[in-house]
Design a protein around this ligand. Structure first.
Ligand code: LLP
Length: 421
């Protein structure tokens, strides 16, 4: 008998039979544990704290219900993410609205649903918010996104704080920042609360976060000298996770300690009015709890390679193509065999670059065996695309030997329903 992988106490063969493949599978206990780790470790004697789940990592109603149950707040960046959070029942006072180019439609939707926390990204947005808040007679709590101009060692496309970043206002533009805050403070409908920064994603070095904290506190001290008082500091997300054995992420418990102790240290140095620290983990909550299950189709050998083809690919996981992201995998229906088959795992899309794992040693396999790719829980489902008109896989949560459907597999009818002529 070949050994079959179980996730959350459920054999993956049963999941494949019941829901089909490709399939996004989340271990629900693992998701909840990650939330609790953040809740319990991001607590401090000096500062109030708040953990916002960055829902871009993985957003659907089922996930946001779970986030709500675990007591985290939510950060959203679009109408879709906003509507998902609202539909999941996340309280409007726990929703924070991000984005460098929020549209009037998105802002109005937020105001209509009493969402009151906004991160302002630029001058024009501040003016628009001011007008819209006044017209709706809603009070908004505003934080300003600052680009701290720190280059984290991560892929160029997921760096967000280099000097020419499209996000936030460079901390060197102090005059402009003071003017913008005065503009916000002149509105009876806007309350300026503080600053936000985010230095990138999949960051392994604690020094990068310490540098961010040092930079932000000395910036806040300079702002306070100019009469701008700041009570909240949001340090963004970006905490790395384990994809392959090359990755050694800082455990959640430790990263929380690093952040809070750096904040305390900086507070002693600068004596600012900051009393609340926020963070926004996305990947580190959803990433490792999710895997993608595929059915192995054909395989073929070329002069230099042996290909293993799966029934998904760059449509359900664009990350290898976009960022050369690396993943680990197993033949989920032959877990105990030695990993002596050197293959390139490729998808079914019409694109030479549709390679999920360029080179990996796997257990022996046949067509119709199942392949599991680990740590796809963040930015897999959320970056799904319909290239080649592939259908979006289903999402299931598994827990204590039971599975439950969270998002239905897309059907051909779903795919074609918007095509009106
Ligand atoms: N807060 C802000 C303002 C962000 O821009 C992001 C991510 C996060 C929080 C959450 O970062 P996390 O903890 O998930 O690293 N698609 C890319 C990642 C893009 C991240 C964009 N911003 C990927 O698949 O690696």
């Amino acid at each position: 008998m070949k050994k079959v992988l179980e996730i959350g106490g459920v054999p993956v063969t049963r999941l494949a039979q019941k829901y089909g493949t490709p399939l996004y599978i989340y271990d629900e206990n693992q998701l909840r544990n990650q939330c609790q780790k953040y809740k319990q470790n991001f607590l401090d004697d000096v500062f109030s704290t708040e953990v916002l789940y960055a829902s871009k990592a993985f957003s659907c109603i089922g996930m946001l219900k779970l986030i709500k149950e675990e007591g985290l707040s939510v950060d959203v960046v679009s109408l879709g993410e906003l509507a998902t959070a609202i539909q999941a029942g996340v309280s409007c006072s726990h929703i924070y609205f991000h984005g460098n180019n929020k549209t009037p439609e998105e802002i109005q939707y937020a105001l209509d649903h009493d969402v009151c926390h906004f991160f302002v990204d630029n001058q024009q947005e501040a003016m628009l918010l001011k007008t819209m808040a006044k017209n709706s007679k809603k009070t908004l709590y505003v934080m300003l996104r600052i680009n701290p101009c720190i280059e984290a060692h991560t892929h160029e496309y997921i760096q967000t704080a280099n000097i020419d970043s499209k996000f936030g206002i460079s901390l060197y533009l102090e005059e402009e920042i003071v003017r913008l805050i005065k503009e916000i403070q002149s509105s009876p409908f806007m309350i300026f609360e503080g600053f936000h920064s985010h230095i990138g994603s999949q960051i392994f070095e604690k020094e990068a976060f310490e540098k961010e904290i040092e930079t932000m506190f000395s910036f806040i001290a300079r702002m306070e000298e100019r009469g701008i008082s700041c009570s909240k500091l949001d340090l963004g997300g970006g905490f790395a996770i384990h994809y392959t054995d090359h990755d050694q992420p800082i455990p959640v418990e430790q990263i929380c300690k690093v952040i809070l102790s750096a904040c305390r240290h900086q507070q002693i140095l600068h004596k600012t009015h900051v009393d609340t620290i926020l963070i926004e983990p996305g990947r580190s909550i959803a990433g490792e709890a999710g895997s993608t299950l595929y059915t192995i189709g054909f395989s073929k050998t070329t002069p230099h390679k042996r290909y293993l083809f799966v029934d998904g690919g760059m449509s359900d996981n664009i990350r290898p193509c976009l960022y050369q992201a690396q993943y680990d995998a197993d033949v989920a229906t032959n877990m105990e065999a030695v990993k002596d088959q050197e293959v390139c795992v490729a998808g079914k899309c019409c694109e030479s670059g549709d390679i999920l794992i360029p080179n990996i040693k796997l257990q022996a396999f046949d067509s119709n065996d199942l392949l599991i790719v680990y740590s796809t829980g963040a930015y897999g489902f959320s970056m799904f695309n319909n290239y080649n008109r592939n259908l979006r896989p289903a999402v299931v949560f598994v827990k204590d030997g039971k599975s439950s459907l969270v998002v239905k597999r897309e059907t051909i009818e779903d795919l074609l329903k918007g095509d009106v002529r």
